[in-house]
Design a binder for this molecule. Structure first.
Ligand code: UDP
Ligand code: MG
Length: 208
């Protein structure tokens, strides 16, 4: 438990005990009970807010990129905001002009596809914002947040559905598997450019 967490917990205990002495702490009680439930959940495995499978949260990293159309259309802030508000942690970030070599490694499984030459032109047409994000099940969740490859088939509320309509200009990339994420992170980032840091709301947004 960090110093910050200890302080918050002690403050909550003070509120509870002052409530027991008859003071009006109605406004505080909602957050006290919520926080206490979270702390109990932290202390005991299999608490109520786990998912059905009861599987422990697995800390993962994934590679997300705002493609040149997203950068040109000034969507970088809104796309970053999607991942921040979901509760994920930013680990690495850079703006770069992508080379054809990097792109051919990144899309090595697609080089024989008929759309590949156009894809290379598109992806090298301007800067890309490359990012690494961290959180439980982030590979699966971020693919859902990004939506179907073809924005015309993407569900409303996904990034691709909300910001694009054509498969050749779909604004954002997200790794499609944990193995793919590992490969792409290593390809786009030096290990020293990724930052391990403690997010102060970590124990509130997950069990990690
Ligand atoms: N793409 C395209 N035409 C297609 C299919 C894909 O231009 O018919 C582009 C599109 O930008 C897509 C990228 O190629 O995001 C990579 O394709 P993939 O199948 O890996 O889709 P993704 O993982 O990005 O959803
Ligand atoms: Mg893909």
């Amino acid at each position: 438990m960090s110093v910050f967490q200890r302080c918050v917990f002690q403050r909550l205990l003070q509120q509870v005990s002052s409530g027991a002495r008859g003071r009006n702490v109605t406004s505080g009680l909602v957050s006290v009970s919520t926080q206490c439930a979270l702390w109990r959940g932290r202390a005991t495995a299999g608490a109520g807010y786990r998912n059905k499978s009861s599987a422990p949260c697995v800390k993962e990293r994934t590679f997300i990129a705002v493609k040149p159309d997203g950068v040109q259309r000034r969507l970088v802030g809104q796309i970053i905001h999607r991942f921040e508000r979901r509760g994920f942690k930013l680990i690495g970030l850079k703006l770069l002009q992508v080379s054809k070599d990097l792109l051919s490694e990144h899309y090595c499984q697609l080089t024989k596809k008929p759309f590949y030459p156009d894809l290379v032109n598109y992806m090298t047409s301007g800067p890309v914002v490359a990012m690494v994000w961290e959180g439980p099940d982030i590979v699966k969740i971020s693919r859902m947040m990004v939506g179907h490859t073809n924005p015309a088939e993407a569900h409303a509320g996904t990034i691709r559905a909300d910001f694009s309509f054509h498969v050749s200009r779909n604004v954002v990339h997200a790794s499609d598997s944990t193995e793919g994420a590992q490969r792409e992170i290593q390809l786009w980032f030096d290990g020293q450019d990724l930052l391990n840091w403690d997010c102060i709301d970590q124990s509130v947004t997950s069990e990690l």
